[in-house]
Design a protein around this ligand. Structure first.
Ligand SMILES: NC(=O)c1ccc[n+]([C@@H]2O[C@H](COP(=O)([O-])OP(=O)(O)OC[C@H]3O[C@@H](n4cnc5c(N)ncnc54)[C@H](OP(=O)(O)O)[C@@H]3O)[C@@H](O)[C@H]2O)c1
Length: 276
């Protein structure tokens, strides 16, 4: 069962779906078909990035789908070599061109890249692009609280979203709470623990899934939703795309949530945002 009404209200007033389709490692040869299938399955949020190399096909899929553009929440991300007041708007223009659209719903700074020292300028430039109507909402990805504080100090605004590595092995409890206090939505990347492989075999996950007649993947996606996160699982398989959306007819108990929370290792699998 798909629930198209499952949305989150971002701090800037934009409404974002709670579940989306992640397109990392969906190659340009398969991305158009995969995104068309995702839209036909009921996804209304599509997450891409310049770095994924598939924006052209993602754009083609959205254009070809029998879903109006304004019903699709399209996210892309600014890559690390385009930080700065001049480079950022140019990168946005290039993404819009590749995607064949005149606006993004959400544009994220992919990584803070603190050694470049340009993420504050980049954010400020993207807020101007928002004022020009090229982006509805400006967010970030892989930012730590110190980076978020710097954005707020300089511009008086929090980013609407911080998309971060988040799964049962790295559940980011402290960051989630910190962001919730400031009205920053937390979006989970690698939500099924793609880089770790065995989250879906954990007894806490398997037992919760079995208790509700659901798959381990569905139990983990439900865990993200009940923690208030936006979640963007990736699957190249149509059956799993549908499975991953079918998470609105059950709820994990507090004990099941606690058991999955207890899988946290405190260790990220991806890059450390403090570096770079
Ligand atoms: N901002 C960032 O720095 C960043 C970094 C990484 C990812 N992301 C975004 O987050 C999205 C999701 O993360 P991800 O793609 O890295 O990993 P993920 O969604 O955690 O895992 C994807 C893997 O899980 C498998 N899978 C999907 N559904 C399943 C199910 N129901 N049961 C069992 N296995 C299942 C997929 O295989 P099949 O395809 O074979 O089904 C794929 O191998 C990305 O696509 C991208 O949009 C952002």
């Amino acid at each position: 069962m798909t629930d198209r009404t499952a949305t989150v209200l971002l701090g800037d007033g934009v409404v974002m779906p709670r579940i989306g389709y992640g397109t990392y490692k969906v190659g340009d040869d398969e991305a158009q078909r995969a995104v068309e299938t995702a839209l036909a399955t009921g996804y209304r949020l599509v997450d891409t990035a310049e770095m994924y190399g598939n924006e052209v096909d993602v754009g083609r899929a959205i254009a070809a789908a029998p879903v109006p553009r304004q019903e699709v929440f399209l996210t892309s991300k600014l890559w690390n070599d385009h930080h700065g007041a001049d480079a950022a708007p140019a990168a946005l223009d290039a993404s819009l061109e590749r995607l064949g659209t005149d606006y993004l719903d959400l544009y994220l700074i992919h990584w803070p890249e603190p050694s470049q020292g340009l993420y504050v300028e980049t954010f400020a430039a993207l807020l101007e692009a928002r004022d020009e109507g090229l982006v509805r909402s400006v967010g970030v990805s892989n930012f730590l609280p110190e980076h978020l504080e710097n954005l707020h100090d300089a511009t008086g605004e929090w980013p609407s979203v911080n998309q971060v590595e988040l799964h049962p092995y790295f559940n980011q409890a402290a960051l989630r709470a910190w962001q919730a206090e400031r009205g920053i939505a937390t979006e989970s990347w690698g939500p099924l623990g793609q880089r770790t492989g065995s989250v879906l075999d954990e007894p806490a996950v398997v037992d919760a899934a079995r208790a509700h007649g659901k798959s381990p993947g569905q139990a983990v996606i439900r865990w993200h939703l009940q923690h208030g996160c936006v979640v963007i699982p990736k699957s190249a398989k149509p059956a799993r795309m549908a499975e991953n959306l079918d998470v609105f007819d059950f709820a994990l108990s507090d004990a099941e949530m606690d058991a999955i929370d207890a899988l946290d290792t405190g260790t990220r699998q991806g890059m450390d945002p403090a570096g770079g």
